[in-house]
Design a protein around this ligand. Sequence first.
Ligand SMILES: [Zn+2]
Length: 164
Amino acid sequence: MERCKVCRNQSFETGTIELHNSVNGTTFAATLEARTCSACRHAVVDPDAAKAFELQVAAELVRMGRPTPAAFRFMRTALDFRGPQLAALFGVDRGTLSRWENGVLRVDRGAFVVLGGLVMERLSGRDDTLSRLKALQAPPAASNAVVRIAGLPMRAPSPQAKSA
Ligand SMILES: [Zn+2]
């Protein structure tokens, strides 16, 4: 039988809890369902719901478009990237990334936009940009490789096309 982590009680109720996150001077709030200990009122939220809240806050930061150190760090952690991991994906050294997040260096606009793209794609279940960033880490293809392009419209030019 499940026990409360705080008081070891075994009975719970379903209730709600208010979550808050403050970034860039804006507070983001949401009400989530929680299992609440009926003795000590300790509340536990579903980790998936808590993660969804975090990603939605990150999406709001993307829409607000203010590339501050706090926004950058929040978006990175919402995506579960460690600093060195994201630095490698972005092709910058980890010191640069940590200086962006500490406000020592101005956050690179391009990096902020790409990070925002990763947030929005994660929310829509896509990973196009992440795949491209990972591809950049791979060794380049041989320069004499042939890449066949498929799916082009196949039709002969019409006779009028030349005179136009
Ligand atoms: Zn309890």
